[in-house]
Design a binder for this molecule. Structure first.
Ligand code: UT7
Length: 329
């Protein structure tokens, strides 16, 4: 019997309508469009406005669109994984809320937290359930409402992040399409460079933690930049090498969208021309777990069945990785 692989058989995304431009940020903090574009590549980012609007609002739209597009009845889905660091609530999981909203009743659902690498960690986890033969239709979501943890008086952070959600459907395939290889890494010593200090069990929310702004993202940009460049280049090259892929054999690199300079540097290390690197950071900024599915969604019309894709990400934790996918749609 041929080997069962997990093929991505559909992708869909959702971003809120409101675009926060660099011009508007200039009125909020001491920054300017030129610095932001030159140092990060971001021109605008989408923001989910309104009271009581959690990340699930976007994830629900992405999943609803995915089910419709792939002609899938919600009752057929047997697993939903939502990668996010900005869940609606710490519990119950956002994956559960999404399933409930779209009528998925026969699945088990859970959230996975690996910051900007969340989608790759969730994709790999979901693929194992398909490959083992126990689960047939798995939805993997990457979604974050970064505006809920961004300090809009901190110019080093507020220019970077945006809100969005993307989702893929995984199904068994015996013709060689789907996830071919994953190389995922974690290094807890990175915890000091990128984190949200309060709100967990170590520093539960108090009036003091709120006043001290400890519920916002803290990032020491330079060491994170360096670790991201080195980490992603390392795993991309490793995955290419162990699958005997030269740069010419890979149709698309799909990198996490944190900084255009990081993307260019990783592409350069793998000798990859930028024409074959997916980039949408100018439109959405860094949407954390959503960057990769939003790239796939944006570039979907340019993808052909059998294309070789290398997805790569780096994020808080530290977490990072690369996944080799043979496109199966
Ligand atoms: O997705 C998770 C992983 N995260 C990442 O991969 C992000 C990695 N880090 C980065 O992308 C970059 O470090 C940043 C974009 C966050 C910052 O860029 P940088 O080139 O490392 O800038 P910097 O923090 O070293 O600051 C350079 C200068 C400083 O001024 P002085 O000290 O040289 O006078 C900053 O105060 O730029 C200043 N600066 C700004 N100026 C205008 C910092 N932020 C801004 C700003 N507008 N928004």
């Amino acid at each position: 019997m041929s080997k069962i692989q997990a093929a991505i058989t559909g992708v869909h995304g959702y971003v809120p309508d409101y675009a926060l431009t660099n011009k508007e940020l200039e009125t909020m903090v001491d920054t300017n469009d030129e610095w932001i574009v030159e140092r990060t590549g971001v021109r605008e980012r989408r923001i989910l406005k309104g009271e009581g609007q959690g990340v699930s609002v976007m994830a629900i739209e992405a999943v609803r669109g995915l089910l419709e597009k792939t002609n899938t009845d919600p009752s057929e889905i047997d697993l939903v994984i939502c990668a996010t660091v900005t869940p609606d609530m710490l519990f119950p999981d956002t994956a559960n809320l999404v399933a409930d909203a779209v009528g998925i009743k026969n699945a088990f659902c859970f959230d996975l937290s690996a910051a900007c690498s969340g989608f790759l960690f969730a994709l790999t986890t979901g693929s194992k359930f398909v490959e083992s033969g126990t689960h047939k239709k798995v939805i993997v979501i990457g979604a974050d409402k970064m505006s809920s943890i961004v300090d809009y008086t901190d110019r080093s952070i507020c220019i970077l992040f945006g809100d969005g959600a993307g989702a893929v459907l995984l199904e068994p395939n015996t013709e060689g399409y789907g996830i071919q290889d994953s190389y995922l890494k974690s290094d807890g010593s990175g915890q000091y460079y990128l984190y949200q200090k309060a709100g967990g069990s170590r520093h539960p929310a108090t009036a003091e933690t709120v006043l001290a702004k400890e519920h916002y993202i803290y990032q020491n940009g330079r060491p994170v930049y360096k670790a991201a460049v080195n980490g992603m280049a390392d795993v991309v090259l490793k995955v290419m090498e162990r699958n005997h892929l030269a740069a010419d054999d890979v149709n698309w690199m799909v990198p996490h969208q944190a900084n255009i300079r990081i993307i260019e540097s990783v592409a350069n290390s793998a000798k990859f021309p930028m024409e074959r690197v997916m980039v949408n950071i100018h439109k959405y900024g860094n949407t954390t777990a959503a960057t990769l599915p939003l790239c796939l969604w944006d570039y979907e019309s340019q993808l052909k069945k059998g294309d070789n894709l290398i997805l790569t990400a780096f994020g808080g934790g530290f977490t990072w990785g690369a996944v080799y996918v043979k496109w199966g749609v």
